[in-house]
Write a protein that binds this ligand. Sequence first.
Ligand code: SF4
Length: 325
Amino acid sequence: MINFEYSRVSSIKAAIDMAAKNPTGGFIAGGTNLVDLMKKGIMSPTRLIDINNLPLKDIRETATGLTVGALVINSDLAENEIVRNNYPLLAMALRAGASPQLRNMATLGGNMMQRTRCTYFYDTAMPCNKRQPGSGCGALQGYNRMHAIFGASDTCIAVHPSDMCVALAALNATVTVNGPKGERKIAFTDFHRLPGNNPEKDNTLLKGELVTSITIPKNSFAKNVYYLKIRDRASYAFALISVAAALELNGNTIRNARLAMGGVAHKPWRLVESEKFLIGKAATKENFDKAAELAMKGAKAYGHNNFKLKMGKVAVAEALTKAAG
Ligand code: SF4
């Protein structure tokens, strides 16, 4: 761990200005991932800009949707009455993440910014293009049980570890960010990126930009939702595969459907083709199995994670069945 400087800021402008003056610095809020990364020498910001005092802790519902400040704590968001009643998929996904202690510290923005849990990324004796561009990928020929089956590249097959983000991708959330050039909005599904030739970049944030809030448009997914997480332990384990499923039903007919998977790609993996297939169909096992089959089109495994090809299909069908209730 290197020596670093520390500043606490109390306005968004001060945070952005401080980041512009310290291009090798970084923002810190809950610190549940960043501090570990610093201790291991994987990330070495020369200045930590503590944003915990910024006014980004509101949960607000309006006629058009729900806006959540980037500093809202994961456990507060999961237990919020509006979220539990009107956006239950988000509450379920949040409760599936990490441990109660971590959820009590982690923020919404930090959850989005957390880095992969690929073991080679955390082992500085091993090659890793994400940690050190050009060094190679230890996981490609290594023990890749937790790794991607969609959207990977020859340079990186890591997955994004968040549960919350899978639900936000399914719910068509928008991210608001602020930076040296002002405020801008990013579709949640465009916030995280695929590794391509630059796996060191996890997301589409520009230098010095800060996530300030997310907005979920109002929807009709308050009733038939399910977040299925398959993992090695019942608690405090990252997903081997997860599925966020939301259905709007009219009797037994599916009026609208949203589906996204976690633990399978460098970003939350939205299943648009399966959604399109389901709309207008009956909520039956046969249709859920067909949607699950479509979901796995183009999947590619790397050896130790071959089991994910079968598990993914079963998980999508199961999540839809549970969502249909
Ligand atoms: Fe690094 Fe990505 Fe390869 Fe893991 S999968 S070793 S994070 S380059």
